[in-house]
Design a protein around this ligand. Structure first.
Ligand code: PMP
Length: 354
């Protein structure tokens, strides 16, 4: 069976080398005669994995020792709750959020359970087709939360606002895809299952000095400070996803780091968007300047061509192109590991439809 051109939105394509090395570690980890799946998370070999998985994130992001890195369970969705638990003050806590899609709205919902949430920018009324930009966030807020890339709708923040409070970002679907000054953020989180690895681990990068200021007795498993004190081993961590994430980040590092990935990602997105814009049969869902380099959402203008198009991309070995059920149409997710050749195959299918 030949490898598919995998445009899945996540879990998604990872470097082939990561699949290979993960498979080897499951059979025999480091030549130990034991599987990665059967050793203690407290074993010397796994502690080394966790240490390096935490360290490489700081190296790739060019962050200093004022930041801590955690790998937690619970998905990015648990972070929707952990952020307010750790940052929203008790009593009259108040946070600002932008509402830019389904996941942002999920974060807002959890924030509201612990304090006041003001939505300072929203594109909800316009089907989340753009990134709101003209807003200010004052120092009376405990933090500001945004979503860097809206996986379902296909919009992406190009710039991050200067706010007078803590800057928190859900980077689940574009982390490590482009060069950013990561030091502008106080807290970054991301489910691993796009650019970082398989599902099951969630990355949290947090500036230590912002913690411990809410006046709240935080449940242990939700307390960043406790996870930091235990070096991301307060309980049994998601051992395999952490290992595969380490392999994914090592692969990124070896291949030129974030800067090289960005060049590739821009080339892939340009190739596809140029075809969508050129081809009279297709149209994107989003505003030009806010289109995501990771998830391109588009539709056929003439629905009677749907069967023909679907058959053509499937015959070309493409997988995972259907849009999210709440948006419809198509979504081509072009994460770091997707080769530009796969995008070319899709573009050729679109060209041939004319
Ligand atoms: N935020 C974003 C931007 C996402 O794309 C997703 C899921 N794809 C989530 C949050 C939720 O992540 P999880 O399923 O890991 O909870």
């Amino acid at each position: 069976m030949s490898k598919k051109h995998n445009f899945s939105a996540g879990p998604c394509i990872l470097p082939q080398e990561v699949f290979q090395k993960s498979a080897e570690a499951i059979l025999d980890f480091n030549g130990s005669g034991l599987s990665l799946l059967e050793i203690s998370h407290r074993s010397k070999d796994f502690v080394a994995v966790m240490d390096e998985a935490r360290a490489i994130v700081k190296r790739l992001m060019k962050l200093g020792d004022d930041y801590e890195v955690l790998y937690l369970g619970g998905g990015a969705s648990l972070q929707f709750a952990m952020v307010p638990f750790n940052l929203m003050k008790t009593g009259n806590g108040k946070a600002a959020y932008t509402d830019t899609g389904t996941w942002a709205a999920g974060a807002i919902k959890e924030g509201k359970k612990l304090g006041t949430v003001d939505v300072v920018g929203s594109s909800k009324e316009d089907n989340y087709s753009f990134i709101p930009k003209k807003y200010t966030v004052g120092s009376d807020y405990d933090y500001f939360h945004c979503t860097s890339n809206n996986t379902i709708y296909g919009t992406q923040m190009r710039e991050f606002p200067k706010v007078n409070t803590l800057l928190v970002c859900d980077m689940s679907s574009d982390i490590f895809s482009r060069v950013i000054d990561f030091s502008q953020f106080d807290l970054i989180y991301a489910g691993a299952q796009k650019n970082m690895g398989p599902a099951g681990a969630t990355l949290v990068v947090v500036k230590k000095e912002i913690l411990g200021k809410t006046g709240r007795d935080i449940p242990s498993m939700l307390d960043y400070s406790l996870h930091i004190a235990k070096e991301s081993m307060y309980n049994t961590p998601p051992v395999f996803p952490v290992y595969a994430s380490l392999l994914t980040l090592q692969h990124l590092d070896k291949n030129g780091g974030i800067a090289a990935a960005e060049v590739q990602n821009e080339a892939k997105a340009k190739l596809l968007y140029d075809e969508i814009d050129r081809n009279a049969l297709f149209e994107t869902f989003c505003n030009g300047e806010d289109r995501s380099l990771m998830n391109a959402t588009f539709k056929l203008l003439d629905d009677t061509r749907k069967e023909e198009f679907d058959n053509a991309w499937k015959a070309a070995g493409i997988s995972g192109l259907n849009g999210h059920r709440s948006v419809g149409g198509y979504r081509a997710s072009m994460y770091n590991a997707l080769p530009i050749e796969s995008v070319q195959v899709l573009v050729d299918v679109m060209k041939n439809l004319n």
